[in-house]
Design a protein around this ligand. Structure first.
Ligand SMILES: Cc1cc2nc3c(=O)[nH]c(=O)nc-3n(C[C@H](O)[C@H](O)[C@H](O)COP(=O)(O)OP(=O)(O)OC[C@H]3O[C@@H](n4cnc5c(N)ncnc54)[C@H](O)[C@@H]3O)c2cc1C
Length: 298
């Protein structure tokens, strides 16, 4: 890559940044470089200056991420802080920057009387992460509401794209490669209003059934067709099972908790143990919902 001091972009470029500071599991190794731009113009300049061989990893707020203990080679881009715009642009249309928290999107839509939008309140990530994952809850999914997105590519060029350019499934989205989301326009439905009461009731239900407040990444596995990963894991007797500091939550079997000193290796080994046990006991091969990135510790 261009020598760090010759790059033209403003912003903060950190070296050897601990990714445990940037993931909800509070575990994982260091990123070689960690870039926080001050504006979209800086982001564009940074991407233009970066040589083609340097790998880029885009971060939301790390609520669906396991970074291995060997860390991430290349550069992690953390642009959520400069993409916080949230505005109603028409009766049913809302434009949100990819750094907007899904909870904020839900609350603001409810204030505007736009629904269905409550489901976003249960997702502790950003709009960018939700677009990448097709995040969803309680029957709602991110891409059901997407009217258009704006993306940025490796050369710093900005594109306006329609949902027809993406293949979207359950917690899966594929589209143009080497592009990242800057913002999305969401369309809500006429005649469907969302209420604070319904959102609060949903959050209470989650609090009663999920180990919120403890370091996790939410559901580790996708639900297999017609079943629930949590049911299969619980039926395999794995609630409370531990490897090192990582534990299958006694409250919700599809959550793995960092009990305090878990390494990413502990967590990944526990994920694999759960996956293998469910195959042996139920003949079902669970698929990861969590994204596992980076290098194993050397
Ligand atoms: C307690 C808890 C409960 C959860 N409940 C739910 C739930 O009900 N439903 C659900 O779907 N998820 C849930 N999750 C998982 C997680 O919150 C979602 O997957 C969320 O969408 C991830 O957003 P993020 O900003 O944290 O993304 P990150 O974890 O930072 O990144 C996830 C992926 O998105 C990519 N990415 C992030 N931003 C961008 C961008 N702007 N452009 C391109 N790629 C990007 C990253 O490269 C990575 O591959 C839960 C997590 C926790 C901790």
């Amino acid at each position: 890559m261009a020598a760090l001091d010759t790059m033209r972009s403003r912003g903060e470029l950190r070296q050897d940044e601990p990714m445990s500071r940037h993931t909800s599991w509070r575990a994982g190794g260091n990123a070689d470089l960690f870039f926080i731009p001050l504006s979209v113009t800086d982001l564009q300049a940074f991407l233009r200056d970066l040589d083609a061989e340097t790998p880029i990893f885009w971060l939301g707020v790390g609520s669906n991420l396991l970074v291995r203990d060997g860390g991430i080679r290349g550069v992690v881009v953390s642009a959520a802080g400069i993409l916080k715009g949230l505005e109603r642009i028409d009766t049913y249309l809302v434009r949100a920057g990819s750094g907007v928290a899904c909870t904020q999107l839900a609350r603001q839509c409810i204030r505007w009387g736009l629904g269905p939008s409550e489901f976003f309140a249960g997702i502790p990530g950003t709009v960018g992460g939700a677009l990448t994952m097709n995040a969803g809850a309680h029957g709602g999914e991110t891409w059901e509401r997407v009217e258009s997105v704006r993306t940025i590519d490796r050369a710093g060029e900005i594109h306006q794209r329609s949902p027809t350019e993406y293949s979207v499934g359950y917690r899966s989205v594929t589209g143009p490669s080497n592009e990242w989301f800057l913002e999305a326009t969401f369309r809500f439905e006429p005649g469907i209003t969302a209420s604070m009461g319904a959102m609060k009731a949903m959050l209470e239900r989650r609090k009663a059934t999920q180990p919120l407040g403890l370091p996790s990444c939410g559901s580790v596995f996708r639900n297999p067709p017609g079943d629930h990963a949590a049911r299969l894991i619980e039926a395999a007797g794995l609630k409370g099972f531990r490897i090192g500091g990582a534990e299958v939550s006694p409250k919700h079997a599809n959550f793995i908790i960092n009990t305090g000193d878990a390494t990413a290796t502990d967590i990944e080994e526990l994920i694999e143990h759960v996956r293998q046990t469910v195959i042996e006991q139920h003949g079902v091969e669970l698929q990861h919902e969590v994204r596992i990135v980076g290098e194993c510790a050397g």
